[in-house]
Design a protein around this ligand. Structure first.
Ligand SMILES: NC(=O)c1ccc[n+]([C@@H]2O[C@H](COP(=O)([O-])OP(=O)(O)OC[C@H]3O[C@@H](n4cnc5c(N)ncnc54)[C@H](OP(=O)(O)O)[C@@H]3O)[C@@H](O)[C@H]2O)c1
Length: 453
C-alpha cells in the first residue's frame, strides 16, 4: 500500500518536471538523471531532527532524496508539523526493514540496538548512512564487508569531526595519494577546556564546569577527557585513510585531567600551547598511534584551533599535507555531513549494483613508541638536591635534559617546575618517569607530554 503510493508520486514527479519561473535557477542536474531514493530515518534526536529538516526543506530542490519514514522510541512526542504528512512515523524497526526504503539513516547512536539495525538493513539490501563512531570504530570493517556482499553501501562521513568533510575527502579527493600520517584535534570538548585554560588561565575544574554548563561536555565527561572518544575517531580515520584495521582499544589514550593553568605558562615559555592531539603514522608494518595532551607550537595550525573546533591534517606520499578545519559537532553541521553522504549514496545507487570486492585492509602492529622531545612537569616539596636526584635518574636511562624551567612566585611546599628532554622513545622514558615520581620530594606523579614540532 505504502509502496504504491510512493511509486506513483515519484512517477508523477519524473513525468512532469515542475515549471521554472523565468530567471529562476535551473533544477539541479542530478534531478534529471537520478530517480529519487527513498530514505528512512532512525533516531529523531539532535542530528536526526536536523537531517529531517534539511530533507524536508530541500525536498523540491535536492529531488534525489525522499524522506519516507521516521523511527524513534515513543515516537508520538517527536512529531513535528513541518514534516510532510506522507512521512510515516513509527517505533518499529521492522516497518523500516520491510519498507521500500532504499537507504536507512542510523542516528540513534551507541552499539545496541544500532549494530543489529545496521546489519539487518544491509542484509535486507538497503544502504546505510550513519554518524555512529562507536559502531564504525568497533565494527566498521565487518559492516563495510557486509554492505559490499549485499551490493549496497555504508557511509559514515559524520562519524568523525561532525560537519568537517574529512572522511569524504579520504574516500574521494585524497584516494589518489598514498597517505602515511593523520593527526587531528578530534574532540571538541577537550579543545574547549584546554583553550579556555589557555585564554584565561582558569583551573581545569572550572573550565570543565563551564563546558558542562554550555552543553559541550556531558555530566560524566570521561570518554572525552580520557581520550576514549578521540581514539575511536582516530581508528576510523586510520581505516578510511590508511586502510588499516585496528581496534580503538589498541591505541594508547592519555587523559587531559592533569593539565593545569601553570602548564600553559611553561608551554608559552617554549613558544607552545597544549592541545589534545590524536596522531597515527604508518611506517611499514607498524602503526604508531597515540591520543593525548601534547605541546604544539602556539603559531602552528593545531595551536591556533580555539574552543570546540576540530582540525585534521593528513600527510601523503605524493600530495604532501592537507588540512580540514570546522565544526566537529552540533546538529546542523553534522546533518550536512549526513545529507551529503545520502546524496553520494543516491548517486552511486543510480550507477547500478557494484560487484563485491573484498576489503583490502592491513592489520599492522600498533605502537605508541614515538620518538619526540618531552615536557616533564613535576610538583615538588622544595629542598636541596632535587635537580641532582632527577638528573641522576635521567642519566641512568640515557636521557638528555634540554632545559630546566622554574617560574618564580610559587609556594615552596608545592613547587611546579619543568624539565624538557631531547628526543627519545616513549619506551625509554617511562621507566625513568616511574622512578622520578617515586622520589620522596615528588608530591604528584610527573606530568609527561610529548612536544610536537
Ligand atoms: N550531536 C552531535 O553533535 C553529533 C556529532 C557527530 C556525530 N554524532 C552522532 O550522531 C548520532 C546521533 O547523535 P545525537 O546527538 O542526535 O543523539 P540524540 O540527540 O541522543 O538522539 C538519539 C535519538 O535516537 C533515539 N533513540 C535512542 N535509542 C533508541 C532506540 N533504541 N530505539 C529508538 N530510538 C532510539 C533517541 O530517543 P529519545 O529521545 O527517547 O532518547 C533520540 O531521539 C550518534 O551516533 C552520535 O555519536 C552526533
Amino acid at each position: 500500500m505504502i509502496k504504491m503510493s510512493f511509486d506513483s508520486r515519484e512517477q508523477a514527479l519524473q513525468k512532469t518536471p515542475p515549471e521554472q519561473p523565468p530567471g529562476a535557477n535551473p533544477a539541479p542536474i542530478l534531478r534529471d538523471r537520478t530517480p529519487a531514493r527513498r530514505v528512512a530515518l532512525v533516531g529523531f534526536g539532535t542530528v536526526g531532527r536536523a537531517v529531517a529538516k534539511i530533507l524536508c526543506e530541500r525536498r523540491n530542490e535536492a529531488g534525489l532524496l525522499r524522506l519516507t519514514h521516521i523511527c524513534n522510541r515513543n515516537v508520538e512526542r517527536k512529531k513535528q508539523p513541518w514534516v510532510p504528512s506522507e512521512v510515516i512515523w513509527t517505533e518499529d524497526f521492522g516497518a523500516i526493514l520491510n519498507s521500500d526504503a532504499d537507504i536507512v539513516i542510523e542516528l540513534i547512536g551507541g552499539l545496541t540496538p544500532a549494530e543489529e539495525l545496521v546489519r539487518s538493513a544491509l542484509n535486507a539490501g538497503k544502504s546505510v548512512v550513519t554518524a555512529n563512531k562507536q559502531l564504525i570504530a568497533r565494527h566498521g570493517p565487518d559492516l563495510l564487508e557486509l554492505a559490499s556482499a549485499n551490493g549496497c553501501q555504508l557511509e559514515f562521513g559524520a562519524s568523525v569531526a561532525g560537519g568537517v568533510p574529512v572522511l569524504p575527502a579520504l574516500r574521494t579527493g585524497l584516494c589518489g595519494d598514498r597517505l602515511h600520517g593523520i593527526a587531528g584535534i578530534l574532540n571538541g570538548t577537550c579543545n574547549y577546556i584546554l583553550s579556555r585554560i589557555e585564554t584565561d588561565r582558569i583551573p581545569f575544574s572550572e573550565a570543565l564546569e563551564e563546558a558542562q554548563a554550555r552543553g559541550y561536555a556531558e555530566a560524566d565527561a570521561s570518554e572525552d577527557l580520557d581520550g576514549g572518544d578521540a581514539r575511536a575517531k582516530l581508528s576510523i580515520l586510520a581505516l578510511a585513510g590508511l586502510h588499516v584495521r585496528i581496534s580503538p582499544g589498541d591505541i594508547r589514550a592519555r587523559t587531559i585531567r592533569g593539565i593545569d593553568a601553570v602548564d600553559f605558562d611553561y608551554a608559552a615559555e617554549l613558544g607552545c600551547t597544549i592541545r589534545q592531539i590524536s596522531r597515527a603514522d604508518l611506517k611499514e608494518t607498524t602503526l604508531f598511534a597515540d591520543v593525548g595532551p601534547s605541546l604544539v607550537p602556539a603559531s602552528s595550525p593545531f595551536g591556533r584551533v580555539q574552543r570546540n573546533l576540530n582540525l585534521v591534517l593528513t600527510s601523503g606520499e605524493y600530495g604532501g599535507d592537507m588540512a580540514f578545519l570546522g565544526a566537529g559537532a552540533g546538529g546542523d553541521p553534522t546533518a550536512v555531513a549526513v545529507v551529503s553522504d545520502l546524496m553520494f549514496v543516491a548517486e552511486s545507487l543510480s550507477a547500478g549494483p557494484r560487484p563485491h570486492r573484498p576489503l583490502q585492509l592491513a592489520s599492522p602492529k600498533v605502537s605508541c613508541d614515538f620518538e619526540t622531545p618531552w615536557y616533564l612537569r613535576l610538583v615538588v616539596k622544595d629542598q636541596p638536591g632535587i635537580i641532582a636526584g632527577l638528573a641522576a635518574i635521567l642519566s641512568a636511562h640515557q636521557l638528555n635534559i634540554d632545559a630546566v624551567l622554574q617560574k618564580p612566585g610559587f609556594d615552596k611546599s608545592a613547587l611546579p617546575f619543568v624539565i624538557t628532554l631531547e628526543p627519545c622513545r616513549d619506551a625509554q622514558l617511562h621507566p625513568a618517569l616511574q622512578e622520578m615520581s617515586a622520589l620522596p620530594f615528588a608530591l604528584r606523579p610527573c606530568l609527561c607530554l610529548p612536544i610536537l614540532r
